[in-house]
Design a protein around this ligand. Structure first.
Ligand SMILES: *Cc1c(COP(=O)(O)O)cnc(C)c1O
Length: 648
């Protein structure tokens, strides 16, 4: 592939594509104006043509311009996400297709809460869901009964919440059917079994119930609907439901120690309680499936219900990818032993990497195919994880992260569209014949399912158009993450050279081989054996890599972020290895002090497509960054240097 394919995609570090973007903005703003004029051209203008010469108009305009200039000036102190010198958080330049589509759609102001308010963009949202589902290898043909379903959310946080909601609905519904004595075949024998039906069988049961109900006479249909609704956890609340079913208790959620804090938020919001969120210890920052299986075994013995296990595809802090194949195997084993649970994949960060693993005709690429052009990516474990994605029940993916789209776009997907009806605020029978109608007709009243109410149709337009211009396969959208992964491999190679160069001053390491395009780096001043001191030193480096709003932006050479490594996420063996690599004592993390249970590391997100350009004074931005970092370390550790204190 050639990098030239990416030339028209972004406004560019230097604003290179200003003419393209400007012509699109102007053309489609005019187009919108003509649309207004053509609605009823016979109507007289409401705002007189000479209004702009009135004193109060002129005064208004000058106030407006003044405020916009102030805003524009203030925004010059923004973080330069677009620059290849920015290696910090999970954000980079915006894709022109998405930016243009979003701006184009904004003045139409579609509201994707319902088809009434967004006749066009609701369909685009449903189609964007199908585009993402196809990228992950789920059935995305709307003619299929078990076609996947997806919708947008404000971000990954609400998509994760939606995952919890759907899992809870699927878990509790079979119990409600039993309690209502619905005359369906194959209802589970008791409450415990019903609560452990598992998402696939529960979805089938819900579909069976819908079919049975819809065949009833309307009056009977409503009576049955009320009877079942009265037994649902969504009606009774968790406390009321548990009171009615004393053999059940509030179910637990298992997530890896690296899980994003949105999981804690979600547990609180749903009223399950954060105490029910169990963090599974990691092994090299990745979910330890053996530890998970042990914990689930224990749940089965104690008859402790489990709602869901979460896998992470690209953790927020380390980019680590959980062994999803192992996770799916554990779920199957536990399900066959009578402990049912949903699997949710939190791919808020790494989801779009899946585009690299798909051919244009939808086939999963082999590891060799994906790996052509990379030194080491993908490790066999990483390829196995991507291959196992279709075995999950629901997925979070953020178009506003690796999708290079403006903020306000996350996405929630579930494997089988028939499940989503469980989240509806009103029963399907209210929409007469809704279940019989086609896919798009059936799901158009999005407000019934989503956690939000009113929401921007413009975002849906942006996501859909981007996926059309850059289909989610390796030959199109995949070119983008491929650039980031190549930059990552160059970054790791440069890091090795850097580690050698600064050895006289400090001991540095890349604590974990990166699974994707997020790399951490730890640096300990030579001779230091105190982790709190090392952390002070690292925070000093991070301060120098931060966009400081009190300083001219140009003073910052490069921009990075930081995070911390805790032994819980690393696992004992890897914690010991990392400490040894940094020449810290083996018990360095055992301290109780504020900072003695973690290691501060620099965190680099490599998603700018131009990182490997000659750019910064030749040699590229990756090399330039390490030269800069070397200067920072040397300055901080120079005798009499500002940070000499930390090595004393
Ligand atoms: C970013 C992120 C989230 C939260 O997504 P928002 O869009 O910030 O709400 C959740 N999980 C992971 C793994 C993330 O990286």
């Amino acid at each position: 592939m050639s990098q030239s394919a990416l030339y028209p995609c972004f406004l560019g570090p230097y604003g290179e594509n200003d003419q393209l973007l400007e012509s699109l903005m102007v053309e489609f703003l005019r187009d919108h104006v003509y649309w207004r004029r053509n609605l009823h051209p016979e109507d007289l203008p409401a705002i007189p043509t000479g209004a702009n010469r009135r004193a109060d108009y002129v005064e208004f305009e000058s106030r407006l311009r003044r405020e916009l200039h102030l805003l524009s000036a203030a925004l010059k102190r923004s973080v330069p996400f677009h620059s290849p010198r920015y290696l910090g958080h999970m954000v980079s330049d915006l894709l022109i297709p998405g930016l243009a589509a979003q701006v184009l759609a904004l003045p139409y102001n579609p509201n994707n809460v319902s088809a009434d308010a967004a006749p066009i963009t609701i369909d685009l949202e449903l189609r964007a869901g199908l585009q993402l589902a196809a990228m992950f290898g789920w059935p995305a043909d709307p003619e299929r009964e078990d076609c996947a379903f997806g919708h947008l959310t404000s971000g990954g946080t609400l998509a994760n919440l939606q995952g919890l909601r759907l899992a809870l609905a699927l878990k509790a519904f079979p119990v409600a059917l039993r309690a209502a004595s619905a005359p369906l075949a194959c209802l589970p024998d008791d409450d415990w079994d019903a609560f452990n039906t598992g998402p696939a069988a529960a979805t089938a049961l819900f579909a069976q119930w819908c079919d049975w109900r819809d065949a009833l006479h309307p009056r009977e249909r409503q009576a049955w609907q009320r009877r079942v609704d009265a037994e649902r956890i969504e009606t009774l609340g968790i406390a009321g439901f548990m009171e009615r079913h004393p053999r059940l208790s509030v179910p637990k959620v298992f997530a890896p120690a690296t899980a994003h804090y949105s999981w804690s938020k979600g547990m609180k919001m749903l009223g399950l309680g954060q105490a029910q969120l169990a963090l599974v210890p990691g092994r090299a920052m990745r979910l330890d499936v053996d530890a998970l299986e042990e914990a689930l075994d224990d749940c089965l013995r104690r008859r402790q219900p489990v709602l869901m296990a979460v896998g992470v595809l690209g953790s927020t802090e380390f980019g680590s990818i959980d062994p999803l194949d192992g996770l799916a195997d554990v779920r199957e084993r536990m399900q066959s032993r009578g402990l049912g649970m949903s699997l949710h994949l939190d791919a808020a960060w790494g989801g779009y990497l899946a585009s690299l693993f798909r051919t244009p005709d939808g086939r999963l690429r082999s590891r060799d195919e994906v790996g052509a052009g990379f030194a080491a990516f993908p490790r066999p474990e990483v390829h196995a994880a991507f291959a196992a994605i279709p075995r999950m029940d629901s997925i979070t993916v953020d178009p506003h992260k690796l999708g290079h789209l403006p903020y306000g776009s996350g996405a929630f997907l579930c494997r089988d569209q028939r499940a989503i009806g469980l989240l509806a605020e009103d029963a399907d029978y209210v929409f007469d014949g809704a279940t019989a109608a086609g896919y798009f007709q059936r799901h158009r009243q999005l407000g019934r399912y989503i956690p939000e109410g009113s929401k921007p149709g413009a975002n849906a337009a942006a996501v859909y158009v981007t996926h059309r211009v850059l289909p989610l396969d390796h030959a199109n959208f995949g070119l983008l993450p491929a650039q980031g992964l190549r930059a990552t491999e160059a970054f790791v190679a440069e890091a090795r050279a850097f580690i050698g160069r600064i050895a006289p001053l400090a001991t540095a390491t890349v604590p974990f081989a990166p699974d994707c395009n997020l790399v951490c780096l730890a640096i300990n001043p030579r001779g230091n054996r105190d982790v709190a001191r090392m952390n002070r030193f690292m925070r000093g480096l991070h301060d120098a890599l931060r966009a400081d709003p009190g300083q001219p932006l140009q003073r910052g050479e490069y921009f990075g972020s930081m995070t911390t490594l805790r032994s819980g996420a690393m696992g004992a063996a890897d914690a010991a290895r990392v400490l040894a690599e940094l020449r810290l004592p083996a018990d360095a993390l055992d301290g109780a002090g504020d900072d003695a249970d973690r290691i501060v590391v620099l965190r680099h997100t490599l998603m700018n497509p131009f990182l490997l350009d000659e750019g910064a004074a030749g040699g590229g931005y990756v090399r330039g960054y390490f030269r800069h970092l070397e200067r920072l370390v040397a300055a901080a550790l120079a005798p009499g240097g500002v940070r000499q204190d930390v090595t004393a």
